[in-house]
Design a protein. Structure first.
Length: 254
């Protein structure tokens, strides 16, 4: 049994989050439990925002079954809210940006939009540059296509990098590249959120294979879009992937 001492905070924006009003109620209990058992300061074994738990322990305190816990954790991982690693005693969890969202100063003079209370944040720059440009850097590798995308605010030689996921999605939706449009639609449907270009780049590389398979299968955009909507509705409470979409496309167009 754990000794529940001390406290942690939740942003009020959590009441507008997907896990609060779109997902099964057990998922929200699992998420709050994870946040509550994370270290509030660095220690020898785990750092701040990290914890060790198991399906059995989470079930004991939340009354969620193993299947519900598993789907919730997978969703949180895909939404870049947590990272996990298996151990002999259960699994290790790291809450992304725990330190930022547990700091009261993070809520001063900043607008926080998030899917849990951990999501996309709008950063107000302390100085306004004379002019700004959006620069999209795309590096293509023959073996593994990657997009490293940054919105860069240029006022002088010392550029201030500001990551804007909404702007990137907007650019991807209107991209001439089929793969960008498919991934933008997929990420929106999955409610993925990326805090920085590194997270986005890693996810882009991971999803490229599935998106390419869909493109190479020869389905048109209307077929793909309709199947996206079908899969989203059918698998609303489980973790579905681009591979799930590809199978659904094949079944629907036999």
């Amino acid at each position: 049994m754990r000794d529940f001492i001390g406290s942690f905070q939740l942003a009020r924006k959590i009441f507008e989050s997907d896990i609060f009003y779109k997902k099964p109620p057990e998922w929200f209990k699992v998420w709050v439990f994870i946040l509550g058992i994370c270290n509030y300061e660095d220690k020898k074994q785990f750092q701040k925002g990290e914890c060790l738990t198991s399906y059995a322990e989470i079930s004991q305190y939340t009354k969620a079954n193993k299947n519900q816990i598993k789907h919730c954790i997978e969703w949180l991982k895909h939404a870049t809210q947590i990272a996990t690693r298996k151990t002999t005693r259960g699994f290790y969890i790291k809450v992304i940006n725990y330190d930022y969202y547990q700091c009261f100063d993070s809520y001063k003079s900043k607008t926080i939009n998030n899917t849990e209370s951990h999501t996309e944040r709008k950063i107000e720059a302390t100085e306004k540059p004379q002019r700004s440009h959006t620069i999209i850097k795309k590096y293509n590798n023959d073996k593994n296509e990657k997009n490293i995308i940054d919105k860069i605010d240029i006022a002088d030689k010392s550029a201030i990098v500001i990551f804007s996921y909404k702007e990137i999605l907007k650019d991807m939706r209107s991209s001439p590249k089929d793969i960008d449009r498919i991934l933008a639609f997929f990420w929106e449907k999955k409610k993925f959120v990326f805090e920085n270009s590194k997270q986005l780049s890693i996810r882009y590389g991971r999803d490229c294979k599935g998106a390419k398979q869909i493109i190479e299968s020869g389905y048109n955009e209307k077929q793909i879009e309709n199947t996206f909507l079908y899969v989203e509705k059918k698998y609303s409470e489980v973790d579905w992937t681009l591979e799930t979409l590809l199978k659904a496309l094949a079944e629907a167009n036999k």
